[in-house]
Design a protein around this ligand. Structure first.
Ligand code: UD1
Ligand code: UDP
Length: 396
């Protein structure tokens, strides 16, 4: 790949801004759909987007399916980094992204959330003086044992524009010394921080309509509305510790007996691998015998929304699924000790349990008796993507 030796000066004043978006993990592909749609429909004359996929997620049902069904343009580059240890993955992404940045010379790099793809892109860009735009900035779990906490704190401190979904995120950033006054142009030393709502809420509103029209998963699985629990598990703290993983699965089995609800578990490849490698053959056989515990392949987004909308309750350790539970007014058991989305817990719509079997059962039992609403409106008005485009144009 050709590499330009010149420093990155003078690219910020072009009338049409070229942004380079870096995605890699499933939720980032989904989030990128909202910005990409806003650019194509309203900002095509002012913003040009180059899309880089690191290849962190690569299975058909963890990556390609989202490009097809969400109508996202195919990536201009795919680094095909694949799976590995944190260091190996991040290093491969860092060097691949840097090569592309020298070639494309964008006005800014757009990153999402807190994955290894996020930190690699932030570091590659910041070191060669390309402004970083961090979408879903400011979130904190205050648990640095989470790889995502390291990624998100570092990415925020390398960013020039920080788009924060919630008030709690704004508080976290001000506590870390970020100022809220605006700078024109913004820079890494004088970043602009905006409370703009959640880009995933834009998506859920938009794709819920499409999901109602197109998804047939409820019929395919023979499900009745409000007669099943939807569950997802993929955090390393839950999957890589056999006691935690087994505790969660035992809780699900007991809830089936107690409530007579089915459990639908679209299974992340990490979790599938860990069930097979860490749990005893006896336990796996017992699980297979529980016909109401239904493990299915990772769902496409339209199917996932249909499952969420029709579920009686959601049990998850996913960041995105926690929020979607709230968007669709579903009670949520959060299989974590902390959450970045503290407002949802404060509203009484979700309970933190970690992987503790008794706590999961008790939280689920309590929440099944509660009426959940979407009040207060924690995640904005569904127009975060347009707001972000406006600020990219005006602030850089
Ligand atoms: C990653 C993110 C996490 C995010 C999640 C979304 C980091 C540190 N973690 O976690 O923040 O919540 O994505 O889903 O960036 N695998 C496959 N096929 C795939 C992808 C993964 O088989 O397409 C398996 C591999 O065995 C791999 C394991 O899943 O080692 C974990 O993948 P990885 O991307 O490292 O982390 P996630 O757990 O997916
Ligand atoms: N999701 C999906 N299919 C699934 C599981 C999740 O489409 O089988 C979607 C989910 O609706 C949400 C996003 O993926 O929009 C969340 O991604 P994930 O749980 O992998 O990561 P996290 O949000 O925890 O980083």
């Amino acid at each position: 790949m050709a590499i330009l030796a010149s420093p990155m000066k003078g690219f910020y004043n072009m009338s049409k801004k070229k942004i380079l978006t870096v995605i890699g993990a499933r939720p980032q592909i989904i989030k990128a759909a909202a910005l990409s749609r806003a650019i194509r429909s309203h900002y095509a004359s002012t913003i040009e987007e180059v899309l880089v996929h690191t290849g962190q997620h690569y299975d058909e049902n963890m990556s390609a399916v989202f490009f097809e069904e969400l109508g996202i343009p195919l990536p201009d580059y795919n680094l095909a980094v694949g799976s590995g240890t944190h260091g190996h993955m991040t290093a491969a992404m860092l060097s691949g992204i840097e090569d592309i940045l020298y070639k494309e010379q964008p006005a800014a790099v757009v990153i999402y959330g807190d994955t290894n793809s996020t930190i690699a892109a932030a570091l590659a860009a910041a070191k060669i003086h390309i402004p970083v735009v961090h979408i879903e900035a400011g979130l904190r779990s205050f648990n640095k044992a989470m790889p995502e906490e390291i990624n998100r704190i570092s990415a925020d401190h390398m960013s020039t524009l920080l788009f924060v979904p919630t008030k709690a995120g704004i508080n976290n950033l001000t506590n870390e010394g970020f100022q809220l006054e605006q700078h024109l142009p913004a820079s890494i030393d004088a970043p602009n921080v905006y409370h703009c709502g959640d880009i995933m809420y834009d998506n859920s509103l938009y794709y819920a309509k499409l999901s109602n029209e197109k998804s047939t998963i409820i019929e395919q699985l023979g499900l009745q509305p409000n007669a099943f629990i939807l569950c997802t598990v993929h955090r390393d703290s839950n999957t890589d510790n056999p006691k935690a993983l087994q505790g969660i699965l035992e809780a699900l089995q007991q809830l089936i007996v107690q409530t007579n609800l089915e459990v639908i578990l679209p299974i992340h490849p990490r979790t599938k691998n860990k069930i097979e490698s860490l749990l005893s053959a006896d336990f796996q056989q017992k699980m297979a015998g529980q016909k109401k515990l239904r493990m299915i392949a990772p769902a496409g987004f339209l199917d996932m929304i249909a499952l969420e909308q029709n579920a009686k309750m959601i049990i998850t350790d996913s960041g995105g699924v926690q929020k979607e539970a709230y968007f669709f007014a579903k009670p949520c058991v959060i299989l974590r000790e902390q959450t970045e989305w503290i407002e949802v817990v404060a509203a009484g719509a979700a309970i933190l349990t970690g992987p503790n079997k008794e706590k999961i059962i008790s939280a689920a039992t309590h929440l099944l008796g509660q009426k959940i609403t979407t009040d207060p409106a924690i995640f904005g008005d569904g127009n975060a993507a347009a707001f972000i485009c406006e600020k990219i144009i005006s602030d850089l």
